[in-house]
Design a protein around this ligand. Structure first.
Ligand code: MTE
Length: 314
């Protein structure tokens, strides 16, 4: 099921800012109770985040591009669908159930998580398997902090993640045509999950996550292709078996479990040697730059894969 199209970014696919702002104003009315409360989304609000040493010194992708050029199939297949069709999605209240092979399973409320774990701002290079990339200031906390709190047992070897299923709020989950099996699922090896770079993001650009970017909480693993960054997480399970991952289920010959960014291993249908850096070279520009092994994070993470054949474990 080859859903990923060849990378292509016509400006017509990007929601014009004026439209976007109008929509936000409308949503603001809804949040203020002036529109039927049943469809009242929560507006982005400022986050208190401390600066972190984890930041790449590269030009940031404009917030407009980060929030209007998305992949979130629960809201449709088009890049502009998530921003255009996620207005009815309600990211609060929210809980994340953390269990499986842990000593202290617990269901965390979102506010509880944000109070317990200090939020950091980190600037990460993000590489999509479709060969485009962005540089995004995320706000979040290390996944390791949450995992340590529930105390993984010695049998735990992997971490499985699950996204929310809400066909009534997510148009891509209802209707006759279903693009993917739901829920969207992902997985990491436990050492990958515990790596200090692995982030649970609750915001970007200093504000709570917009719905289209995976509100209210999503995974960010900067040395892997973007699809590993599962959005709107409701469940995290420690396990001794390699967890299923949605794109691997959909098309195992094209998308592996590891999905580490690797310019030396091409996608069967396109090269991974270079990428289009969205937002450089002018407004919505797309300069082409070389893709780096592990997306430039090799010094930090290459040791995790010592002795592994990365062509086989793609
Ligand atoms: N998570 C869920 N639940 N559903 C999705 O369709 N798409 C993935 C990933 N997480 C996806 C998801 C893909 S293919 C990418 S490239 C990134 O989210 C895109 O994140 P962004 O839109 O914030 O850039």
């Amino acid at each position: 099921m080859p859903l990923y199209k060849a990378p292509r970014i016509p400006s017509s696919e990007i929601t014009p800012r004026s439209f976007y702002l109008k929509r936000r104003e409308l949503l603001g009315l809804a949040a203020g109770g002036l529109v039927a409360a049943s469809a009242s989304p929560v507006l982005a609000s400022p986050l208190a985040a401390k600066a972190s040493a984890y930041k790449v010194d590269e030009e940031l992708t404009p917030k407009e591009s980060v929030t209007t050029y998305n992949n979130f199939y629960e809201f449709g297949l088009g890049k502009d669908d998530p921003a255009a069709k996620s207005g009815a999605f309600k990211p609060t209240p929210w809980t994340v159930e953390v269990g499986g092979m842990v000593a202290k399973p617990k269901t965390f409320g979102l506010e509880d998580l944000m109070k317990t774990f200090p939020i950091e701002e980190r600037i990460y290079r993000m590489r999509c398997v479709e060969a485009w990339s962005m540089v995004i200031p995320w706000d979040g906390f290390p996944l390791a902090a949450l995992l340590n709190a529930v105390e993984p047992t010695s049998e735990a070897k992997y971490v499985a993640f699950e996204s929310v299923v809400r066909p009534e709020e997510m148009p891509g989950q209802s209707g006759v045509f279903q693009s993917l099996p739901w829920p969207y699922v992902e997985g990491l090896r436990l050492d990958e999950a515990m790596h200090p770079l692995t982030l649970l993001a609750v915001g970007l650009y200093g504000e709570t996550l917009p719905n289209q970017n995976g509100a209210p909480i999503r995974l960010v693993v900067p040395w892997k292709y973007g699809f590993k960054g599962i959005k709107s997480i409701v469940k995290i399970t420690l396990t001794d078996k390699q967890p299923p991952s949605t794109w691997n289920i959909a098309n195992p010959s094209e998308y592996g479990f590891y999905s580490n960014v690797n310019p030396a291993v091409d996608h069967p249908r396109w090269s991974q040697a270079t990428e289009r850096r969205i937002g450089t070279g002018g407004f919505f520009g797309t300069a082409r730059v070389d893709t780096l092994p592990f997306n430039g994070y090799a010094n930090e993470v290459a040791d995790l894969y010592k002795g592994m054949d990365l062509k086989v474990n793609f």
